[in-house]
Design a protein around this ligand. Sequence first.
Ligand code: I22
Ligand code: ZN
Length: 197
Amino acid sequence: MRDVFFDMARNRVISEIEEAIEVKESFKAFCDDVALAAYIIAEAINKGKCVYFCGNGGSAADAQHMAAELVGRYKKNRRAFKAIALTVDTSVLTAVANDMSYDEVFSRQLEGLGEEGDVLVAISTSGKSKNVLAALKTATTKNMQAIGLVGTHRSSFEPYCDVVLSVPSTNTPRIQETHIMLGHIICGLVEEWLCGD
Ligand SMILES: O=C(CO)[C@@H](O)[C@H](O)[C@H](O)[C@H](O)COP(=O)(O)O
Ligand SMILES: [Zn+2]
């Protein structure tokens, strides 16, 4: 029984790794879009603006991960950058979801906090999550800039974003893994540009 499981698992591990490499590799075609996303964030931080992140489930974890890279450090010891994940205040999230609607958990926070010139990084593998789309709409009304991280479905995000990074896959985990790779690359570029030697 154990051998049968290991034969199955070994093949699965290899095919998933190969798929992950292929999806990530395909994003080489969109270097300029990644550069633009990093430039937008770097310029905003340089002007003292804030970078907000939002997403659901695994993308909420990505939002927090990226905000932490900017507030703390990525690879360099340097000043703190202004960044907030809209996924972390459980009192706000539960109150807004309970009293208003789950669709408003991010947009409500931006309504209170967001200012002109700030940046929203909106993350959704489906590109269809209503609360993320609502946050993008609020960012637009606040004259904020916006960066979308999605899978193949990009059209809902496009009207509200300065740049959309669209991963050419329909497999949610592969999209998420590519999003966090892009997040790391972007944080590295921002840090290099603002605090390079
Ligand atoms: O991490 C995963 C799946 O890999 C899940 O938690 C996933 O993030 C959740 O189902 C999200 O609700 C999906 O939302 P979205 O990416 O479509 O906006
Ligand atoms: Zn996941």
